[in-house]
Design a protein around this ligand. Sequence first.
Ligand SMILES: C[S@@+](CC[C@H](N)C(=O)[O-])C[C@H]1O[C@@H](n2cnc3c(N)ncnc32)[C@H](O)[C@@H]1O
Length: 269
Amino acid sequence: MKIQLKKEMETLIIPLYGKARMSEMGIFHDPYAEAAVAKLDYDYSGLKIQNKTQVMLAMRAALIDDFVRNFISENPRCLVLHLGCGLDARFMRLGLQVVGMWYDLDFPEVIEIKKQLHCETSNYQYIASSVTDLNWLERIEAAENEVLVVAEGLLMYLSENEIKALFSALQLKFRSCTIIFDAYSKLTAKRAKQHPSLQKTGATIKWGVDDPREIEGYIKGAKYLKTLYLTDKNMIEMLPKNYRTVFKLAGLFKSAREAHRVLVMNIGE
Ligand SMILES: C[S@@+](CC[C@H](N)C(=O)[O-])C[C@H]1O[C@@H](n2cnc3c(N)ncnc32)[C@H](O)[C@@H]1O
């Protein structure tokens, strides 16, 4: 299947390829990423995706998978909004049998490709829209159950004002929701211009944050809950021995730990 994606949309190839490679190596189980990489007619070598990037993105996915799995086991009727989903197959990968409703959202060009890879079901649906065009929220019924918003590899492509507008719209729509997303530090966001794969896509990184409590100031009712680190012991244990030392070392330095991490917040009334 021939695909032509540019800029922010093309960045989806980076985690997809990382997950597929780590799955082939038996480090992270994602047969859906492997199948997608095999099916797409795309020159993966062009993005020069480094080994450490592949490992990090599979670890990020594993960390978020764990959180989502636990959230759903505690709230089996919850609504999940998976924003900037790219070609990630989290809904299938987790083998979710019980979930109230799950929406995968991305740009229309991405959803067109997704439709040729996976099928929608009665409780798994696609939304083809930019996340910043907030009309997409009208398609969703205000949920009585818990709401989980997952934004993996997304918010760095939005401006601070776009993030504030998104959080406000979520707050207006739902009584309360939990949001899990990864964030660069300000320095990482600045340096991301030099990242070889991101550079190739031409995507622009617009946002980074140092102190997660800064985000509480974006809207009234936003509450920072916790940070999950890619250098967590559990994460490192899933790696082959030759990678463990590098990640263990990175975990010792605050600047390296905080360079790219996963944050959990609640947006309430
Ligand atoms: C780095 S990829 C991450 C994809 C996926 N979450 C994953 O981890 O495999 C970034 C994704 O965000 C999407 N994206 C960026 N800006 C967006 C926007 N304004 N609206 C919707 N999707 C957006 C891109 O199209 C792309 O699929």
